[in-house]
Design a binder for this molecule. Structure first.
Ligand code: NI
Length: 216
């Protein structure tokens, strides 16, 4: 039977064989294209998983917090502004001040061009970082800085949106004098609340200012 079918193929006119194989290739390409572009539950679930494991594309998202003046703000409050977002806590001895100082110096060096940049400090220690506590802390870094706090759940939601890790680290024998372990990342977000890039707290002000200037 196998021999027989091969014989049949070889007896077909050559042009017809070429035309048929061309059609087969075209058909396969179309099927591949349809599978790749087809929306649907299977496709979206798969791409969601890819985003979660590869990271950066999903940083940022909805939050609702209170600033140091007692004003309720959400992610939508800041649409139209570039954001520098940093999570930390006011009792932090050096990491948070270093990161916030880098943001502050970057904005100062940009001068008037920093008018469309909103620096945000989101506390991971809402128990101690009340709006009042944030009010005095933010004055160290500049008038445009907003310090955001909220309920534990509100802070947790914001931290999760930005993939920020934080955990209470009690001091030995002194429960009231705890520290906070936390990720130390400065996020640069665009006017639509989308992630652009991030820096460590040790980034140079020039690097941050340069990234902001590039977005103009
Ligand atoms: Ni800190």
């Amino acid at each position: 039977m196998i021999l027989h079918s091969q014989e049949q193929e070889t007896t077909l006119p050559r042009t017809l064989v070429f035309a048929l194989s061309g059609l087969v290739v075209l058909g396969l390409l179309m099927i591949a294209w349809l599978l790749a572009t087809r929306p649907g539950p299977a496709g979206s679930a798969a791409s969601g998983q890819v985003i979660q494991t590869t990271g950066t594309a999903q940083i940022g998202g909805p939050f609702e917090l209170v600033d140091q003046n007692g004003r309720t703000v959400t992610d939508a409050t800041f649409r139209g502004k570039k954001l520098l977002v940093y999570f930390g806590f006011t009792h932090c001895p050096d990491v948070c001040p270093t990161g916030l100082s880098a943001m502050s110096s970057a904005l100062q060096s940009l001068g008037e061009e920093a008018a469309d940049v909103q620096p945000l400090f989101i506390t991971v220690d809402p128990a101690r970082d009340t709006p009042d506590a944030l009010q005095s802390y933010m004055t160290y870094f500049g008038p445009s800085f907003l310090g955001l706090t909220g309920s534990d759940a509100q802070v947790d939601k914001a931290a999760k949106a930005y993939r920020v890790y934080y955990k209470k680290a009690p001091a030995k024998g002194d429960a009231a004098n705890y520290s906070m372990d936390h990720s130390s990342i400065i996020y640069l977000m665009d006017e639509n609340g989308r992630y652009v890039q991030h820096f460590t707290h040790e980034a140079s002000p020039e690097a941050i200012a340069g990234a902001l200037a590039k977005m103009r």
